[in-house]
Design a protein around this ligand. Structure first.
Ligand SMILES: [Zn+2]
Length: 95
């Protein structure tokens, strides 16, 4: 699984180490998961979709095409409300 984090100030993706127990989507809203950013336990139903932490797929696995990364899901990992607020603040001015 290739996970990248969007850095608004740099307008680019960087490698991101996933936190074990973090998720993108599960059915049980009451399940306790790990926030993909801070790693704290949080009930899934209280999570937000990360604006920055995304699952990626290599469009060009050989890496010969500049900008050959593609966000295949257009869907982020689940983050806790505090990290969501931090992401919203970080995104200000870069949209
Ligand atoms: Zn968090």
């Amino acid at each position: 699984m290739l996970v990248k984090r969007w850095v608004p100030s740099l307008q680019t993706y960087v490698d991101y180490e996933t936190i074990e127990g973090s998720v993108m989507h599960i059915r049980n809203l009451h399940e306790i998961v790990k926030c993909a950013k801070c790693g704290n336990d949080v009930e899934y139903g209280y999570c937000y979709t990360s604006k920055f932490i995304h699952l990626m797929k290599l469009r060009d696995p050989a890496g010969t095409t500049p900008g050959g990364l593609e966000d295949i899901l257009n869907y982020g990992f689940a983050v806790c409300p505090r990290c969501h607020a931090e992401e919203m603040k970080e995104a200000e001015g870069w949209q």
